[in-house]
Write a protein that binds this ligand. Structure first.
Ligand SMILES: *Cc1c(COP(=O)(O)O)cnc(C)c1O
Length: 340
């Protein structure tokens, strides 16, 4: 199958499976898994942070970040469509008594800092304490400008807030900018990165940040049941991902661009190749066509997500040839539909 639903669908490479099989392990809850320790040190070093903690998912990473920055009765400001607000089951509220204050993202994936300022609650018994600003990069495939990150840092410093990045795809952003990841991470107190998306590891995320915050996060990881034992088996794949799969993200960006260019040639679809910055393509489809199109694509071995616009994501397991097959299958559908 040519699976364009998400970059989470990648299968571990042979090099990863070899590394996993050979990994030295220990009990990570005792801090004794050398491979987990190596991965955490590697990630902290790459991001220029003091420490990192390996977790099972990006959701858990964001959750323990929120629990470490905020207490019960505190509030974080976040995008209306942000993963840390909309797609994590309300975990911070459910488990931490932490209230989200969502604001609309602008078209470029940033939050308007004037709106954020207006949303900060005064010190008054009616209000939650505003503690933290959460950004997302990439946001729906868009790269936040570095100048904006700098302004956001100055903003949180002026207002006494913490700054967390949901950087599930922050490496895509860095590669797109042609910069090391530190060009992004340097502005944040904590950064969550996913190994299991475009970087191609089967499982795992890392929360990186200042030592005191990561110590607290380590405690919260245990509290939420995330203390893993011989997790070096998983961390080994993560090390391969960080060492060998960062620069190749540029290939995913170029296959995404190829896909967008191809689909833009089909008049019935709404695709703007100039809006593709990283590995995501968004494609408007007439509602009347959506189900039949998805069925047609599936019959031709192509999986796409739901939702309109359709989100199409390129990754390690998608070649330029796969993209051409996908474009041809989209084209077929609309050609036969016209005849019929
Ligand atoms: C995928 C993703 C996460 C984490 O998801 P998990 O499936 O829990 O690993 C967090 N933020 C964003 C923006 C994501 O795309």
């Amino acid at each position: 199958m040519i699976d364009l639903r998400s970059d989470t669908v990648t299968r571990p490479t042979l090099a990863m499976r070899d590394a996993m099989a050979a990994a030295e392990v220990g009990d990570d809850v005792y801090g004794e898994d050398p491979t987990v320790n190596e991965l955490e040190a590697l990630a902290a070093g790459m991001l220029g942070m003091e420490a990192a903690v390996f977790v099972c998912s990006g959701t858990q990473s964001n959750l323990i970040a929120l629990l470490s920055h905020c207490q019960r009765g505190d509030e974080y400001i976040v995008g209306q469509q942000a993963h840390t607000y909309k797609y994590e089951g309300g975990g911070a509220a459910v488990l931490g008594g932490i209230q989200p204050q969502p604001l609309d993202f602008r078209a470029d994936g940033t939050l308007d800092l004037e709106q954020v300022a207006a949303a900060i609650k005064p010190d008054d018994i009616h209000f939650a304490h505003t503690r933290l600003l959460c950004l997302e990069n990439t946001q729906a495939g868009k790269v936040l400008p570095l100048a904006y990150l700098q302004r956001a840092r100055e903003f949180v410093d002026a207002h006494g807030l913490g700054l967390h990045l949901d950087g599930a795809r922050a490496f895509n952003a860095a590669v797109k900018l042609g910069q090391p990841i530190t060009a992004i991470s340097r502005y944040f107190d904590t950064v969550s990165i996913c190994l299991s998306k475009g970087l191609g590891a089967p499982v795992g995320s890392l929360l990186c940040g200042q030592r005191d915050l990561i110590l607290r996060a380590r405690r919260w990881r245990k509290v939420v049941g995330g203390g893993m034992r011989q997790a070096g088996i998983l961390a080994a794949a993560g090390i391969v991902a960080l060492k060998h799969h960062v620069q190749r993200l540029a290939e995913d960006h170029s296959t995404a661009h190829r896909l967008a260019e191809g689909l833009a040639g089909i008049p019935a679809l709404g695709v703007d190749p100039s809006s593709v910055e990283t590995n995501m393509v968004f494609c408007w489809v007439a509602d009347a066509d959506m189900l039949a199109l998805q069925r047609h694509l599936k019959a031709h071995g192509i999986l796409v997500g739901t939702g309109n616009p359709l989100r199409l994501v390129t990754h390690l397991d998608i070649t330029a040839g796969d993209v051409d097959k996908a474009v041809a299958a989209f084209g077929d559908y609309f050609a036969t539909r016209r005849e019929g």
